[in-house]
Design a protein around this ligand. Structure first.
Ligand code: HEC
Ligand code: HEC
Length: 216
């Protein structure tokens, strides 16, 4: 019995460790070809969950609760290859391929449909030092708001209630130049410099733990 528990714990640890590795994603995604899939909410559900709650296994964040203006912008950016086109970042490629053929009318439909989805409370998966997180967040507040509520005029989305594991990855992508570097990515370029102030993964965890604490 104890051995079974131990094995389960090892398997769980291994799969969590695998989650943080981009190459593990690459292997998983090699088998998925989305080019001929019909465009429907079901296409999105595969990777973003049946109720838009997100799917950490494939790296698709929750969509329910995203501001319509931000959702539209990201769909347009993925469609145009402004986001998700680096060939060695497979989750981004898969998302890009999934929306590459959307028409403007289909984007309108998706934005309207997703706006009606019930917001699901996301689990907090990240822990960190709240006081370090709070002082780091002072930098972010200028654009994302003191309470993480976002700022449409600056194109900065709300951060409260988002999946923390997804935000962790996005911060790393901005930091390493996988997001926010395309010449036409004005909003991404605004965001990118702030990530340099987060010196370590611990800093990223701390600021995300603080953002989680605003989720009340
Ligand atoms: C094959 C899997 C897959 C499919 C199908 C898919 N997505 Fe995604 N989507 C992802 C992944 C993975 C990400 C995160 C990309 C990253 O890490 O940069 C993502 C990111 C997004 C984002 C960005 C969210 C944010 O906070 O910036 C939006 C919006 C989105 N998807 C909407 C959709 C919609 C709408 C559909 C259906 C038309 C769809 N996706 C279909 C995998 C998918
Ligand atoms: C100068 C303004 C600015 C500052 C400061 C800033 N951001 Fe951003 N941030 C943005 C903008 C604009 C976007 C949207 C980028 C896009 O459209 O792709 C963004 C996007 C993000 C995203 C991705 C959201 C998603 O759904 O994919 C995260 C996470 C994020 N910011 C966290 C932070 C954190 C944490 C800080 C502080 C360390 C910070 N930001 C500081 C402007 C800013």
């Amino acid at each position: 019995m104890r051995n079974i528990r131990l094995l389960t714990a090892i398997a769980l640890t291994a799969s969590i460790a695998g989650l943080s590795s981009f190459s593990a994603y690459a292997q998983q995604y090699a088998a998925v070809d989305t080019t001929n899939q019909p465009l429907s909410n079901e296409v999105c559900a595969t990777c973003h969950g049946g109720e838009g709650q997100g799917n950490p296994v494939v790296g698709g964040p929750s969509l329910a609760g995203l501001e319509p203006w931000y959702l539209r912008k990201q769909l347009e950016n993925f469609r145009a290859g402004i986001r998700g086109s680096q060939k060695d970042y497979i989750p981004g490629n898969e998302m890009q391929a999934s929306v590459a053929r959307l028409s403007d009318a289909e984007i309108d439909d998706l934005v309207n449909t997703i706006a009606g989805w019930k917001v699901i409370e996301n689990d907090h998966t990240i822990e960190g030092d709240l006081s370090n997180g709070e002082s780091l967040y002072a930098n972010c507040a200028a654009c994302h708001g003191a309470d993480g509520e976002g700022n449409e005029a600056l194109g900065a989305p709300g951060l409260v209630g988002r999946n923390d594991w997804y935000m962790f990855r996005q911060i790393k992508l901005f930091k390493s130049g996988y997001r926010g570097v395309h010449p036409d990515d004005t909003a991404g370029k605004l965001m990118r410099p702030s990530t340099q102030a987060l010196k370590s993964d611990q800093d990223v965890n701390d600021v995300l733990a603080y953002i989680n604490s605003l989720d009340r």
